[in-house]
Design a binder for this molecule. Sequence first.
Ligand SMILES: O=C(O)CCC(=O)C(=O)O
Ligand SMILES: [Fe+2]
Length: 438
Amino acid sequence: MSQDGAAAMVSATLTATVTGTAAAAGTGIVPATVDRRISEPQSPATEIRNVNNNNGSRNDKSITSKNGNGTLMPPPPPPSQVFPTYSSHRLRLNPSADHKPDSYEDLQLDFSPLLFSSLERYLPPTLLNSSRETKVHYMREILLRYSTESERNRVQKHREYRQKIISNYQPLHRELYIMQASNFFVPSFLKAVSENTEESFRSIMSEPSPGVFAFEMLQPRFCEMLLAEVENFEKWVHETKFRIMRPNTMNKYGAVLDDFGLETMLNKLMEEFIRPMSRVFFPEVGGATLDTHHGFVVEYGMDRDVDLGFHVDDSEVTLNVCLGKQFSGGELFFRGVRCEKHVNSETQPEEILDYSHVPGRAVLHRGRHRHGARATTSGHRINLLLWCRSSVFRELRKYQKDCSGWCAECQREKKERQRQSVAATKLELLRREGEAAS
Ligand SMILES: O=C(O)CCC(=O)C(=O)O
Ligand SMILES: [Fe+2]
């Protein structure tokens, strides 16, 4: 987990802890997995599907660390001290900026040592200079409210899975694993991001339907290299009979790029390129605070997945870039943005969009923008997907009922309520005027 990720979780934790509602509501830093697939876009009352990572996590940069045996070990309290369970443990709202936190790297903990170091600045002042054991115990008490044992086990297993791949798989193109923007992106994209204004972004984009942005992004050479790397990885998987996890609950083919070493590069892609754009275009769904991602490729063709059902992504913002190769069909269809409550509600005519993929071209949309992919009728289509998430947005979502800033159906209902209230007020005024006149 990056420092940023830890810090974001800390602030999410704080929001919850300080308000004091999280523990009562039984909420967690890593939200529970839900499987939500949508069915036909044309039949509004049917069920929609939410695609999740196959590892069952909505946010897989989680907080478990392992000990040498690969088992989970909570730190035992020192024998000289007996710690009661403090349900009243609280963190401070503002960190002690000048406090230098301890390192927890050498301890066998069931949460990331980084998380303890990040949280330490938020401890009550009286605890700041206590022993590490006391601080660990206090912070762990708080963290346990946010993560179940099975969740921590799952994250631990996934870490081991990744470790196995990374220590055995030999990459084909090592240059892909380090962000080299000038080799990866087309000049127009680089220029727009370096200028970093709404105007510069809009100058390279089309917005064929509100909230769906399309633009040239990847150089052909980068696409070719990434395709070859994926092929090489799949060849290794096949030869070694390694059982891999597919990108999400809806794909039988494809691969998780983060699992074989591309996580750092993709994190840079999110932080330095996608977050600046999302800050401008998707601020109401945490576009400015994207802090974790799930990066993968999907593969379609006669001998692969053929199409992808109607769904919403497990992301705040999704980047979808076509890598090639040659294909026909495979269009994306979009049907408007919806919150959980309205995910199966009717589509309005102005929300209908069909988009044809072009190699090197990206589509950027909210994860909650309902969509699917039509059948790839010939050839082979491979797309790079980056599901970008904001832990702050997810934490705040738990306490916010109003989604009218981004859910089109909530917006429609809100307008309708306002219309009715204006009509009622008018009627009341008329009635009073009538009374006064008589
Ligand atoms: O096939 C596509 O282009 C869409 C993929 C997608 O929506 C997803 O993986 O979430
Ligand atoms: Fe999707």
